[in-house]
Design a protein around this ligand. Structure first.
Ligand SMILES: [Zn+2]
Length: 74
């Protein structure tokens, strides 16, 4: 499961929360004050990916890529 980082708008507390993919961020409550007004930060993983070239070449663009799994070759 991805680990997301949130910042509470109420008290400013930063915390991390495991969240299912597709789960609603509004379900998350601040562990310090219980407030639901939290802002999801960019995860470290996402930041690393974004910082490595942004709109650079995608692996799935390679004709020989077989790990894309979205079909087209079968
Ligand atoms: Zn809070």
């Amino acid at each position: 499961m991805p680990l997301y980082e949130y910042t509470c708008s109420g008290c400013g507390r930063r915390f991390e929360e495991l969240q299912r993919i597709g789960a609603d961020a509004r379900e998350i409550a601040c562990p310090a004050c219980g407030g639901r007004d939290v802002v999801k930060q960019h995860s470290t993983f996402a930041s690393l990916v974004a910082g490595s070239g942004g709109s650079g070449p995608m692996p799935c663009g390679a004709p020989s890529a077989s790990s894309c799994g979205s079909g087209g070759f079968s």
